[in-house]
Each structure stands twice: as C-alpha cells, then as structure tokens.
Design a protein around this ligand. Structure first.
Ligand code: SF4
Length: 312
C-alpha cells in the first residue's frame, strides 16, 4: 500500500501532502455524505495497520525528491486516522524530522474520549475533528456510527481534548440538506461548540458525489444563513483551492489520475489544473480509463466528477 498521496489541493491547507495509514474503507462512521464511498469495515478497534517506519520511509523519499512542493503534512484517509494504534509514535517522529511543516490531523472526533487517542494527537500542530450534530437521532441517521459509540461521550472527549491541546483546534461541521441544517439544530450545535471552545468552526457541505445517492448539500445562500448561527469572528465557509500541485514525472498520466481520485472524486477541470497535464493527454487518459471501467463519471450538483467505481 502506498501511504503518501498528493500533494492534493486542499481548500484549507494549500498543497497538502496526505499520509494515509488506514486501509480503505475502515472507519468508525459510515457517513451518508462520505466522498470515499461506503464503509466496508465499521470498527472502533485501534490497530497498527502498518509499521510507522514504512510510512516514514515513503514520506522521506517524497520530501527528498520534492523538497518545496508541500505546504502541510496531513494525516487523513479514506477512513478514520485515529484508528491507527501507532498514531502518536508516527506524529512525534514526523515532527522531529519536519518541524518546519505544519502537521495536521483530520478526524471525525469519534475516539477523542479515549485518553490514549488524545495523548497521541498532542504532537500535531492542527487537529480538525468534525461534529455534525448534537442530536443522537440525527447522529445515527447521518453519521451511521459503530454501535459502540455514544454521542454524549464523543462531545465530552472533544471538550477534554480542547482543555489539553494548546495548538490549533478547528471543528468542522458538514451540513446536509434536511438533516442537520435547521436553525433550531444549528443553535443547539452552536451552544455545544461554544462550550468545547475550538479556535475556529469550518462549515462545509456536500460538494462531491456522496456515498449515498440523494444526499444533498446546501446552496451558497443557505450556507451563509447557517453561518449566521455561529460566532462571526471564528466561523468560515470552506472555499475552493485550485493552485497547481507538484508534477510527478515518474508516474504515468493514468497513475496520476488514479492517485488524485483515490480518496475523493474530482472534476476534469480540477484534474487539469492540479496535474499539469495537457488537456488532450488528460482527455485521452480518461477515455482509456473509462473504457476499461477503471473510472466512471458521476454527475453531482452542476458538475461531473471522475470517480472510482466504489465511489459511484
Ligand atoms: S466522512 Fe469521514 S468519518 Fe464519515 S465515513 Fe467518510 S471517512 Fe468516515
């Protein structure tokens, strides 16, 4: 398994080099909106899916070859990164070697009630857990958690983490039409988030093909209205990012396309801007991959996304 991917154009982090230590698709949740498709292994059991040394070796090789191509190192996965039992060891080792690069963990926050998970995360510079709802029924319908998880315990875990973690904590809320976007729900959510006390709240919505058909995101004006339920100075709607990422001349065009959509579907325009491939070459590559069924196109909103079959 390749554990380093990208750099991918991140809406928040610039050119983010992904570090993935979780086999797809292993997660504590099976969210309706997941961009990586359905969860095939729903679990709360932490495991060392790969030895930290193997991940470090791949990271060093990439940074040696592309020393100025990366703005941040991000533990993120088509799954939940805190399921990785050697997370603390890996984060500390990366920080020792690359203190100059922000070290980020994107998590669903579901295991923060575990003191060991909180200790593991202390080496990060930025931790971004999500919290989409404070209503157990919405939680069950939207995030479809492992049956061993309890929403109240998750909120207590996020609160305890905030007390311990002195670097930056951003809570991400993903809004889905008709599920967690009512003003009453947003006000309840805001009260809980205020009590947790993150540095910032990022509001996101469904912008790429979701795991379950029929799940809808909010429009721009609806996102603006939702934002007014949160503290103005500490809340933002996540924007788009299209800066070109590093060229990887070692990889074939098909391989670069597949690496880019491994974790989430992308439009052809995003690919063209990120992969720096001539448009004729990109179109020809996509045509071949479509013909043999390696990738498929899926319409969502006003865009058409290139997906792996498992994401469609
Ligand atoms: S969105 Fe995140 S938390 Fe939800 S199923 Fe996908 S990987 Fe897991």
């Amino acid at each position: 398994m390749k554990h380093i991917f990208g750099p991918v154009p991140s809406r928040r982090l610039g050119r983010s080099l992904g570090i993935d230590v979780i086999p797809p698709k292993t997660c504590t949740f099976d969210c309706l909106y997941c961009e990586s498709g359905r969860t095939t292994h729903l679990t709360c059991g932490r495991r060392e899916f790969v030895a930290p040394g193997i991940v470090l070796e791949q990271l060093e090789a990439f940074l040696h070859e592309h020393p100025r191509a990366v703005d941040a190192l991000t533990l993120s996965a088509a799954g939940e990164p805190t399921l990785y039992a050697a997370l603390g060891e890996l984060l500390r080792a990366i920080k020792r070697r690359h203190a100059e690069l922000p070290l980020v963990v994107i998590s669903n926050g579901s295991l923060f009630w575990d003191p060991q998970v909180r200790r593991d995360l202390m080496a990060a510079d930025l931790v971004m857990p999500s919290l989409d709802t404070v209503d157990p029924e919405v939680f069950a319908a939207l995030n479809r958690p492992h049956p061993g998880l309890d929403l109240e315990q998750i909120i207590q875990g996020l609160t305890a983490f905030r007390r311990q973690f002195s670097a930056t904590m951003v809570i991400e809320v993903l809004l889905v039409q008709g599920l967690n976007d009512s003003p009453e729900h947003l006000q309840r959510l805001r009260r809980v988030i205020d009590a947790i006390g993150p540095d910032r709240v990022d509001l996101n919505t469904v912008v790429r093909p979701p795991a379950v058909a029929g799940v809808r995101g909010l429009s721009g004006p609806e996102m603006e209205a939702a934002m007014r339920c949160f503290p103005e100075d500490r809340t933002r709607i996540i924007g788009s990012f299209t800066a070109p990422v590093v060229e990887q001349p070692d990889a074939s065009a098909a391989m670069r396309v597949l690496r880019m959509i491994e974790r989430r579907p992308c439009t052809e325009e995003e690919m063209a801007s990120s992969l720096a491939l001539p448009s004729a070459q990109l179109s020809a590559t996509l045509a071949i991959l479509e013909r043999d069924g390696t990738v498929v196109r899926r319409g969502f909103g006003d865009s058409v996304y290139i997906c792996l079959p498992r994401q469609s």
